[in-house]
Write a protein that binds this ligand. Structure first.
Ligand code: ARG
Length: 460
């Protein structure tokens, strides 16, 4: 492609070092779409005749079909997806093919392809996030009556509904999907026409070309456009953070599936055995999710590190962006899908959850609130219940097994009605603030999510 200036062939080692077609072939659909729009632009500018434009498009369509059918021969010597496709086109249709790259550089071309790829895959990821949300909401709805301990510091804190716990992840995923939407909105502008870095003396109608590709507009600065990978870094951040959320969910699942908790039983289809210990049933899906999150964070950091020292404008370093991008997208898509499947199939052991939630200490805060309602300042009430807890621990008797006289040793504000406080149902029903886990509040949240998520996967 640049044979004019050179007297020597590129060294074989350099060819192998520099080729990207072994991975960027995955941009072929976007590259072809971009080239079709470029042809439209060239036609409009009078550079191509209608016949030439038609030739280019049908040639590109043929090439696309060959790639899809696995009949296309990718050549490492042609470096990347862009040159492979362009060279195959020219081989096929001759002169018209050689006109396609007018007013275009691989620099604006790859930036365009990458934005289109992010947009296409962004829509898929958004759908998968919604699917996982739906799976969580379905499980929440199927187990609305299940009460389990809520933890801080992994120490039992207060009772909550299992559904409330799952809906926490639905919230996280909703923010993930929102961030994805934001990133998609920002990246949806066309770099085509930015050329290598300074546009071209052959001026195409950029807005028109952008519209052919479904972009909302065009980039405003050619130097920025060819070197900007903010959109990719943003997407990798959105993916990494979603990965962090999935990793936290994974950790809950792993704990819950242990014999120590036994709050859930994972389906056989989502666990593996041990080659040595016959009894084992391991939560590998969750562990892999937790582990793969490291890759997602790594990919983000890797891209940011690649970008940080780059002078204007395009530098070949940028070729390092694509494997990070592909890997993060592939990994997150799989993680979202497999976790939705796992959540859908897992069994919830309601009675075990309830037994754990029946630990009387979970209602210590409720007892303090009881004293507050009798007029005690909260700090005093906290201290009274703290002493009562110490007493309960030495006596080895829970709050419900203590007499009113014993309660009254700690405060004369206690009366007969204290025992009504020590009831899980009452305690949960009393948590009525917006966002708190009263059964009525949680049921309303489930309804709201069911309504907003709907049934079919959201397609854009
Ligand atoms: N394969 C290159 C990349 O991924 C395409 C752009 C190459 N541009 C250049 N001037 N070498 O970044």
């Amino acid at each position: 492609m640049w044979k004019g200036r050179f007297q020597k062939e590129t060294s074989d080692l350099v060819k192998r070092y520099g080729e990207s077609v072994s991975f960027d072939w995955r941009l072929y659909a976007q590259d072809i779409r971009g080239s079709m729009a470029q042809a439209d632009g060239l036609l409009r500018a009078g550079i191509l005749t209608t016949a030439e434009c038609r030739q280019i498009k049908s040639g590109l369509r043929e090439i696309e079909k060959e790639i899809q059918d696995g009949r296309f021969t990718w050549k490492f010597s042609l470096e990347d997806v862009h040159m492979n496709i362009e060279s195959a086109l020219t081989e096929r249709i001759g002169a018209a093919g050689a006109k396609l790259h007018t007013a275009r550089s691989r620099n604006d071309q790859v930036a365009t392809d990458a934005r289109l790829y992010c947009r296409d895959e962004g829509a898929v990821m958004s759908g998968l996030m919604r699917d996982l949300q739906r799976a969580l909401v379905r499980s929440a709805a199927a187990h609305v009556e299940v009460i389990l301990p809520g933890y801080t510091h992994l120490q039992r804190g207060q009772p909550v509904l299992f559904a409330h716990h799952l809906l926490a992840y639905v919230e996280m995923l909703d923010r993930d999907a929102g961030r994805l939407d934001d990133a998609m909105r920002r990246l949806n502008v066309s770099p085509l026409g930015s050329g290598a870095l300074a546009g071209s003396t052959i001026v195409l109608d950029r807005e028109y070309v952008a519209a052919q590709l479904g972009f909302d507009g065009v980039t405003r600065n050619s130097m920025d456009a060819v070197s900007d990978r903010d959109f990719m870094a943003e997407l990798l951040f959105v993916i990494a953070l979603c990965g962090v959320h999935l990793s936290r969910l994974a950790e809950d699942i792993i704990l819950w599936a242990s014999a120590e908790f036994a709050f859930i039983t994972l389906d056989d289809a989502h666990t593996t055995g041990s080659s040595l210990m016959p009894q084992k049933k391991n939560p590998d899906v969750a562990e892999l999710t937790r582990g793969k999150c490291g890759r997602l964070i790594g990919n983000l950091v890797s891209l940011l590190t690649t970008l940080k020292g780059l002078p204007m404008t395009y530098n070949r370093d940028l070729q390092e962006d694509k494997e990070r991008l592909f890997d993060s997208i592939d990994t997150l898509k799989m993680a979202l899908a497999v976790n939705a499947e796992m959540i859908t199939a897992m069994q919830v052991n309601g009675s075990v959850c309830r037994a754990a939630a029946s630990d009387p200490f979970l209602l210590a805060t409720d007892l303090a609130d009881y004293l507050v309602k009798k007029g005690l300042p909260f700090r005093h009430a906290h201290e009274v219940i703290g002493k009562l807890t110490a007493f309960s621990l030495t006596e080895k008797r829970g709050f419900p097994d203590m007499t009113l006289e014993e309660f009254r040793q700690f405060s004369d504000e206690f009366s007969d009605d204290v025992f009504a406080v020590l009831n899980l149902e009452t305690a949960l029903a009393a948590r009525q603030a917006p966002g708190a886990p009263s059964p009525a509040g949680v049921a309303a949240e489930i309804k709201r999510w069911q309504k907003s998520l709907g049934k079919p996967a959201r397609k854009r």
